[in-house]
Design a protein around this ligand. Structure first.
Ligand code: ZN
Length: 241
């Protein structure tokens, strides 16, 4: 079984062609979106598909500029169990921007808390501390920290709160990423492509080869690819249970 917990389907030039390939290769996929206003389009693309699920998102790097879409987010929240891409980003952001992001993210977490069964895919660049503290312990759903790049302290906190971590090809080849992967226990590890930002570009009609990430993780963890695969599949099943 193959899966991809973070793919930006709607950022591809020909999403329909890509969808065909994903369905054919049977890759269970969470198709994240970056704003409430584009969710319906991705939902439509995913209608009737077996392997791809649309996620309702509010990307932190767009949240300040499009801060007026929270009402729409609320209107759409019950249309899907998957929420993402959401989160916080504090790389070269003004205080005003980051404050606006935080407000929106807190509101999103609060409504997801009420719904109880949401699965979140969360961005946390340079804001790991705030992301972990806002979601906190005992979140009544599932949390995936996507492309985590922060300190091992907050990673420890996130693990103790039960979060998962989705790892991509860039992480599995960078020094910091490899160190992070070493510190994520096997039972919290998931895979993501984060395409078209990495792996394949937006003109591709073929999904990124997720098996290559498994091979890299196998090297990093010093375990066989079949051991890694078994653990990943179990994690994905537990995630969507
Ligand atoms: Zn992303």
């Amino acid at each position: 079984m193959l899966f991809d917990t973070h793919l930006h389907l709607d950022l591809f030039t020909d999403p329909k062609k890509l969808i065909e390939a994903i369905e054919k290769q049977k890759i269970y996929t969470i198709a994240v979106t970056n704003l409430p206003q584009v969710f319906l389009n991705t939902q439509k693309l995913c209608e009737g598909l077996k392997y791809i699920r649309p996620a309702l998102g509010y990307h932190p790097e767009l949240a300040f500029k499009f801060s007026n879409q929270f009402d729409l987010f609320l209107e759409l929240i019950d249309q899907t169990r998957y929420i993402g891409e959401i989160g916080l980003d504090n790389q070269r952001k003004t205080i005003e921007d980051f404050t606006s992001q935080k407000k929106i993210f807190e509101n999103i977490i609060s409504v997801c808390r009420e719904r109880k069964d949401k699965i979140l895919t969360v961005h946390s660049r340079r804001a790991e501390k705030e992301v972990v503290s806002i979601i906190g312990n005992n979140f009544p759903g599932k949390v995936i920290l996507h492309w985590y790049s922060g300190s091992l302290n907050y990673l420890e906190n996130a693990l103790s709160y039960g979060y998962y971590f989705s790892v991509n090809s860039a992480m599995s080849q960078s020094k910091n990423g490899i160190n992070i992967i070493k510190n994520i226990p096997l039972n919290r590890l998931l895979l993501e492509s984060d395409s078209p930002f990495i792996g394949v570009d937006k003109n591709s009609v073929e999904p990124y080869d997720m098996k290559s990430i498994i091979a890299n993780i196998s090297n990093i963890k010093q375990l066989s690819t079949s051991e890694i695969n078994t653990a990943l599949n179990q994690n994905f099943k537990t995630l969507v249970l």
